[in-house]
Design a protein around this ligand. Structure first.
Ligand code: FES
Ligand code: FES
Length: 169
């Protein structure tokens, strides 16, 4: 089946088998191997991506279901060579060890912060409850999401000040 899907801002047209899962389409066809597959059964969250802005486990979605829609993967988080604040915070707070769960954690955290830019620890834990990490014990992951949230808020207010400064000039 022919599909047209925008991934990280780029439009792809592909011919896929109806049974192809989105996770395999991203990894095998588009070579976006940042999306990991840990279980293939909707349990671990390593394959989490955003589909039209909502976090989904891409091992549970068929590639054909992404037809005409937009996908954001971990590769799409950085901008102009700059890591996303969440990526920086995961690094700074030592929120990973083996890193296998990290792309899914980042995407689930990204979706969480889109919905709730200032989550409490409990809300972060709830938001990431579909993602399993076998290494870190989650404490530093929660710290990283909190830290990214506050840096993003500061960044936003700086941008607002800059914009209002420009408009009054
Ligand atoms: S690989 Fe999709 S949830 Fe584990
Ligand atoms: S860092 Fe190893 S599974 Fe999370």
């Amino acid at each position: 089946m022919k599909i047209r899907v925008k991934v990280n801002g780029q439009l792809y047209e592909s011919d896929v088998e109806p049974r192809t899962l989105l996770a395999y389409y991203l990894r095998d066809e588009l070579k976006l191997t940042g999306t990991h597959i840990g279980c293939d059964t909707t349990s671990c969250g390593a394959c989490t991506v955003l589909l039209d802005g909502k976090a989904v486990k891409s091992c549970t979605v068929f590639a054909v279901q992404a037809d005409g829609r937009e996908v954001l993967t971990v590769e799409g988080l950085e901008k102009d060579g700059e890591m996303h604040p969440l990526q920086k915070a995961f690094w700074e707070e030592h929120a990973l060890q083996c890193g296998y769960c990290t792309p899914g954690m980042l995407m689930a955290s990204y979706a969480l912060l889109q919905e709730n830019p200032a989550p409490t620890e409990e809300q972060i834990r709830e938001g990431l409850s579909g993602n399993i990490c076998r290494c870190t014990g989650y404490v530093n992951i929660v710290k990283a999401v909190k830290s990214a949230a506050s840096k993003m808020a500061t960044q936003e207010s700086l941008e607002e000040v800059a914009t209002s400064g420009t408009s009054t000039d």
